[in-house]
Design a protein around this ligand. Structure first.
Ligand SMILES: Cc1cc2nc3c(=O)[nH]c(=O)nc-3n(C[C@H](O)[C@H](O)[C@H](O)COP(=O)(O)OP(=O)(O)OC[C@H]3O[C@@H](n4cnc5c(N)ncnc54)[C@H](O)[C@@H]3O)c2cc1C
Length: 431
């Protein structure tokens, strides 16, 4: 009896952010395990204040990867989320403590800093598989892989030893190299990212501050035409020393990064409850960001694939950015698994491209767009009367079934690719 050759013997992942690291950890579970190479241009993990909140599709994948227990131990599950006016008046909100298990059978929204997530993923990858990230390895150009009949894909990489470029070849290369993706440019050229950028920049901070004394809840979205912001507790409840909040606010268009940083003290004084001077809080880190709504036209070309921010971006209000990226990772994993087991051919990667793009267009883009508009493009005094989503949330305060339904909405991002095993090419035609 001859044994079947594995379909995938090697995969290169470009980018050791959360999506690339999680994909590497999951691919290491495939049998037979392909050779996994993970390259990152940076010298080490990115510590900038970015993702903190993960929705239920991400939680399900963290469980599958065997890292949920540690995430839950060091992170926490927020109970109360509300919308307020600038003067602190509460408009409406959710209270998850009223629902058994957060209403989501253990998959409820969880807060965990993305820097910690990456460190955990890197550690697990190394200890379970011996695979380490090749830091300081910057992908610069593409030699092959753009065509369907290419037998493999090859990229050129600048290495930290300064010895010029080295080539890396694999059956598939997955670009998880973030919003400024080189892989995306190599696949599509300069006009590579359809969509638009918001005029208003945002500033994200991690700040030690006492907001409990104002009766503030785990997360609040403050609606105001000028001083709109989100303040979310990102330390653990039990430990008062971790009274750390992610405070992210919108700013005026046209300011330079230096101006944005200089204005932070003034913004905090004007917008936060109690109008605090800098001696009342400590900013641990802060970063300006431009925010975008963009999605590539294809997430698969030949032997090259894109996932997460490299493929699509959205503004961070509502925590759909990385959660959407992690959904891509779970989808790719299911596709590769079917191929490796010999029950799907590589048409399933075209299904991946169609389904994940559709999810961005039908769900992630409209929902995240509505989330940011809700904060500054309406009159806070009439928001409850004008905004149907706020009305639903208000109704859900006393209708727990509705509350459960609204909080489970993230599960619409979960798609079962096993239904296309054996019939991938038919599926591509139908979708
Ligand atoms: C303020 C803010 C708050 C956010 N909050 C949330 C949230 O609460 N929940 C949520 O779900 N999402 C949130 N997001 C979005 C989330 O942070 C991103 O979606 C996520 O970090 C993207 O992960 P990634 O792995 O795709 O890319 P990245 O984390 O950007 O990683 C890309 C990696 O690729 C490497 N790279 C780049 N170019 C090359 C190259 N040429 N060669 C090799 N390597 C390269 C980079 O060094 C980097 O390490 C937030 C974003 C912001 C800005």
């Amino acid at each position: 009896m001859t044994s079947r050759q594995p379909t995938i013997s090697s995969v290169i992942i470009v980018g050791a952010g959360p999506s690339g690291l999680l994909l590497a950890l999951l691919l290491a579970e495939l049998s037979p395990r392909p050779e996994i190479t993970i390259l990152d241009a940076a010298p080490t993990l990115n510590e900038a204040p970015r993702a903190t909140h993960y929705g239920s599709p991400a939680i399900q994948l963290f469980r599958k990867a065997g890292i949920l227990a540690e995430i839950r131990r060091d992170g926490y599950m927020p109970e109360k989320i509300c919308w307020r006016k600038l003067d602190g008046e509460r408009i409406c909100g959710y209270d998850r403590s009223l629902l058994h298990d957060g209403g989501l059978d253990g998959d409820g929204l969880t807060v965990y800093w993305v820097g910690r997530l990456c460190a955990l993923l890197e550690r697990e990858l190394k200890s379970r598989t011996g695979v380490g990230v090749k830091w300081g390895h910057k992908v610069t150009s593409l030699k092959s892989g753009l065509h369907r009949n290419d037998k493999s894909a090859t990229i050129e990489v600048e290495t930290p030893d300064g010895n010029g470029v080295t080539s890396y070849t694999a059956d598939y290369i997955v670009g998880c190299d973030g919003g400024n993706s080189t892989m995306r440019r190599l696949m599509f050229g300069q006009r590579n990212f359809p969509g638009f950028s918001w005029d208003v920049p945002i500033v994200a901070t991690n700040t030690v501050i006492d907001l409990d004394r104002f009766g503030w809840e785990d997360t609040q979205f403050v609606i105001d035409r000028e001083h709109w912001f989100m303040a979310a507790r990102i330390g653990a409840h039990e430990d008062p020393k971790q009274n750390i909040w992610r405070i992210s606010y919108g700013e005026k268009a046209g300011l330079s990064n230096e101006e944005l940083m200089e204005r932070q003290e003034m913004k905090f004084e004007q917008m936060l409850p109690g109008h605090p001077k800098p001696d009342k809080y400590e900013v641990l880190n802060k970063s300006p960001y431009r925010v975008h709504q963009r999605c590539v036209e294809k997430m698969r070309v030949g032997r090259l694939l894109l996932a997460a921010d490299a493929a699509h971006l959205c503004n961070p209000f509502g925590g759909l950015g990385l959660t959407g990226g992690i959904v891509d990772v779970g989808a790719l994993m299911q596709c590769f698994e079917g191929m490796q087991k010999g029950v799907a051919d590589d048409h399933i990667l075209d299904v991946y491209c169609k389904v994940q793009r559709k999810m961005w267009h039908d769900i992630i883009n409209p929902v995240s767009t509505a989330n940011i508009k809700r904060l500054y493009m309406q009159d806070p005094e009439t928001a409850l009367a004008d905004d149907e989503m706020l009305q639903l949330i208000k109704k859900a305060e006393t209708d727990l079934e509705l509350s459960r339904e609204l909080q489970s909405a993230g599960n619409m991002l979960v798609y079962d690719y096993t239904q296309h095993y054996k019939r991938s090419s038919e599926a591509v035609a139908k979708l």
